[in-house]
Write a protein that binds this ligand. Structure first.
Ligand code: MSP
Length: 480
């Protein structure tokens, strides 16, 4: 029976143009979506924007724009970036979408109320403006937000609270047992340590004035559903949860994979499962947590002047090179470096000189000597590469999958150097022909394996091999 695969990206804050970190998250999601589509799985890939927040209100005011116009403009920028990078999403949800998203958020709220997990509480808490989240004293480092390093402000409000504490043990159990997989291990341990300390109840609403355009709390027009309770629900509202027709929700939920950055682990691995448990809904199967992209050892920021715009990289090197870098030059499980220098060096070494050069050399030998691809011919490398590649994907280790592909590139280069088929063809045609056929089989395998990761390159290589032709232009031109 065909399997289904539902993958989600975080929904992005549309308070500024998308940056490289956003491009990275989206590309990882896309790689998994394409991989599962290629496996024949009924795949659904959701992305979108997180719009009911104070951040966007401030950003629109600073830009001197009307909020709806500002949100439309920034959201369009995200869609442009997605298109440029070949992000093959099935749906783009916006949390300001009153038809698609709001009924789901309000239904979830009602379910939490029915479970007895929402209560009103006069509250004084420590709040980080950037996270748009409340922290407890012990979460902070020297009174500062652990992520943004800014002093948490004391805020006193009358809010609705969610009984997160009640779910501590249940969540600990599902994560320990692997029913809800948190990948990689380091992040799993991090969240288990947090659960060990115990979860405290969290604020789930704010006074309307803070986010005037937010989703009203059912039955209380003075309060809006608070950022995380609203945002997390996008994963099910997009599928129609809370609407008249819940068939897509029934088909695809639970998510097979939520892909997130390490800064939003707590929300996804503690608050979200608790909400689902409270509402009686199945839990996601896995949460894949990637690291941050750093530049010169630091998180990119305007003040440090190390910001690289993904649009500039795409304009200079092409989207496929950017996808290559994300997949191979950065470990999916840790922070990774991307500077103009590291990017160019990797591009020249592995794309222009490595893959691009191999494709030209092999196709030249094949076309000049009239040797054509034979699907029965084996390649020059071990047969079990495809199996290892599947295993790498099963472990979410895209870098390992890419290293296998570049292992084939290296083996093929070596085979050309050792056997010199371009010379041998004059003296011993059968042996040289066999060798060139092997190299063509290598290219065919590379094209298949690169399909989810560098789809345009994969298509070009596959076309060269099947039509026995040179690439129309060099796949990757060397940059000086
Ligand atoms: N809106 C929330 C997510 C809600 S999901 C229900 C949010 N938005 S965000 O725009 O700030 O971040 C979106 C994603 O980009 C997150 O996964 C975040 O980790 C990722 N990145 C932001 N900066 C990053 C880097 N420098 N490097 C890699 N990814 C980073 O959080």
């Amino acid at each position: 029976m065909a399997k289904k695969f539902y993958v989600t990206s975080p929904i992005f804050y549309p308070n500024a143009r998308p940056h490289l970190g956003h491009a990275y998250t989206a590309t990882l999601c896309d790689i998994f979506a394409r991989y599962h589509r290629a496996q024949g799985d009924a795949t659904y890939f959701l992305t979108g924007t997180d719009e009911n927040t104070g951040k966007v209100v401030k950003a629109a005011a600073a830009a001197g724009k009307d909020l709806p116009a500002f949100l439309d403009e920034i959201t369009a920028n995200f869609k442009v970036l997605h298109a440029a990078l070949g992000i093959s999403y099935d749906q783009f949800i916006r949390t300001t979408d009153q038809k698609q998203h709001w009924p789901g958020a309000q239904k979830m709220w009602q379910k939490l109320v029915e479970a007895g997990d929402i209560y009103k509480h006069e509250y004084e808490g420590l709040y980080c403006r950037e996270c748009e989240a409340f922290y407890t004293e012990k979460d902070l480092i020297g009174g500062k937000c652990p992520i943004h390093g800014i002093v948490a402000e004391k805020i006193k409000e009358q809010n609705y609270f969610f009984r997160l504490s009640k779910y501590t043990d249940q969540i600990k159990n599902v994560i320990s047992s692997g029913e809800l997989a948190i990948v990689p291990e380091t992040r799993r341990n991090e969240i288990l340590a947090l659960l060990e300390r115990g979860l405290e109840d969290v604020s789930f609403s704010r006074p309307k004035g803070v986010v005037p355009h937010g989703i009203p709390v059912p039955g209380d027009s003075e309060q809006v559903i608070y950022v995380w309770c609203d945002a997390l629900v996008n994963y099910i509202s997009a599928l129609g949860y809370g609407s008249v027709d819940e068939s897509t929700f029934k088909k695809f939920w639970p998510a097979d994979m939520h892909i997130i950055g390490k800064d939003i682990l707590r929300f996804h691995a503690a608050i979200w499962p608790a909400m689902l448990l409270s509402a009686g809904l199945p839990l996601p199967k896995s949460i894949f947590v990637h690291g941050f992209i750093l530049s010169g050892g630091k998180k990119m920021s305007k003040s440090l002047g190390n910001v690289i715009d993904p649009a500039d990289l795409i304009a200079e090197y092409g989207a496929e090179a950017v996808r290559y870098y994300f997949a191979r030059e950065i470990s999916p499980f840790e922070d990774g470096e991307l500077t103009v220098e590291t990017f160019k060096a990797a591009y020249n070494a592995n794309l222009a000189n490595g893959l691009g050069n191999l494709v030209s050399r092999v196709m030249k030998m094949a076309t000049v000597n009239g040797v054509v691809f034979d699907s029965k011919s084996g390649g020059s490398v071990a047969k079990n590469i495809a199996k290892h590649y599947q295993e790498a994907f099963a472990e979410y280790n895209i870098k390992m999958a890419m290293d296998l592909v570049w292992g084939i590139v290296a083996a093929a280069d070596q085979s050309i150097q050792t056997n010199q088929p371009f010379k041998k063809i004059k003296e011993d045609r059968p042996a040289a022909e066999k060798n060139i056929k092997e190299l063509l089989a290598d290219l065919a395998l590379i094209a298949t394996l690169l399909g989810p990761i560098m789809p345009e390159t994969a298509k070009k290589i596959a076309a060269c091999v099947s039509d026995n032709k040179m690439p129309e232009e060099a796949l990757f031109l060397r940059k000086e």
